[in-house]
Design a protein around this ligand. Structure first.
Ligand code: GLU
Length: 333
């Protein structure tokens, strides 16, 4: 009898662990919620595809996909989840992962900061009055400075290490979208100005143009909504990729990355976004957003039309509805 009881416990343990991941929701409820939210958001045609980087203007405004990836690697998908798009600003969180490992938490705190600037993501004023309005790794100047702290024997080696890191997060080999990179590199004078300004303050390490170019390359990496969900789920899973089982970033830095996402992940609408969803997230002007439910799963959305803050309009709506329906606010456990 005792043995039978013991066997029953052993058998039930994994089920219990899985139940914990999706809380009180069955597979069916998650699937249905995804379908409902997708239908509710698909008809929203608000927003405008980014065109300040010419290659991004080619984005199809109809594209829309959502993927949930759990910390045990289970995926729930709907819509355009295999379309490749430029990772753009979302790259900043994965570059930060490598810079934290290479240079340490204190270097990033001291030279980049983790402040909400209160000004646009590419504001030259924000960095000019740096002593008053400090920076963070998710505004452009902060991300370029963060990139400058990535180690390597030369520029190529630094970039190779960065792309390797992205690959580990995605669990597959990613490639740069060359048309996006060329278009962005030809029009990135503003970012170069930011980098030179920060270099003149003594915060940026090495050649500012080199850091800007590597940052631009990182923004041009092509991903799908599925990749983004796996990358996010790796953060939800304390840095261990749930699909490959590899530890991708040291556990101790995951909370740093999630903290920065919480304070600055959605440009100037991070406050209202967190207020509604309660989730650390990061968006990019390519139309992607990733949100992390620590210890449970990640949600990735893709839809190119952006709201006035530069976040995917359908993405923000879908994240908000999913968080409400599945009760995901991290401050309301
Ligand atoms: N590469 C873009 C830029 O530097 C990224 C912008 C974004 O996604 O926020 O402007």
């Amino acid at each position: 009898m005792r043995i039978l009881f013991f066997l029953l416990i052993i058998f039930l343990l994994p089920l219990n662990a899985h139940a914990k991941l999706i809380k009180s929701f069955s597979d069916e409820v998650v699937r249905q919620t995804l379908q409902t939210v997708y239908n509710q958001c698909r008809s929203d045609t608000s927003g405008k595809v980014a065109d300040y980087i010419p290659a991004l203007a080619k984005g199809d405004p109809k594209h829309f996909g959502i993927v949930i990836c759990t910390v045990d690697g289970k995926m729930y998908k709907i819509g355009d989840t295999d379309v490749t798009f430029a990772i753009e600003s979302i790259s900043k969180i994965f570059s930060l992962a490598l810079a934290l490992e290479d240079a340490g938490r204190e270097t990033i705190l001291k030279n980049v900061g983790v402040y909400h600037t209160g000004l646009p993501f590419n504001s030259i004023i924000a960095s000019d009055v740096r002593e008053v309005i400090l920076q963070n790794p998710l505004v452009n100047v902060g991300a370029i400075t963060t990139t400058s702290y990535i180690n390597g024997t030369d520029s190529n080696d630094k970039w190779r290490r960065e792309l390797d890191k992205f690959n580990l997060f995605a669990g597959r080999k990613l490639t740069v979208m060359e048309d996006v990179f060329r278009s962005e590199a030809e029009t990135n004078q503003h970012n170069r100005a930011l980098a030179w300004q920060f270099s003149s303050f003594g915060y940026l390490k090495g050649d500012p143009d080199d850091a800007t170019l590597r940052y631009t390359r990182a923004c041009s990496v092509g991903i799908t909504c599925k990749d983004l969900a796996v990358m996010g789920a790796t953060l939800a899973n304390q840095g261990c990729n749930p699909v490959t089982g590899k530890q991708v970033v040291k556990k101790e830095f995951v909370r740093d990355i999630l903290s920065v996402m919480t304070i600055a992940g959605l440009y100037d609408s991070t406050g209202p976004f967190f207020f509604r969803t309660g989730l650390p997230a990061k968006s990019g002007v390519g139309g992607g957003i990733v949100a992390v439910v620590p210890g449970r799963f990640a949600i990735a959305t893709f839809s190119p039309p952006l709201d006035k803050f530069g976040n995917s309009a359908r993405g923000v709506k879908a994240m908000t509805k999913l968080s409400e329906n599945l009760e995901l606010h991290v401050l309301n456990p």
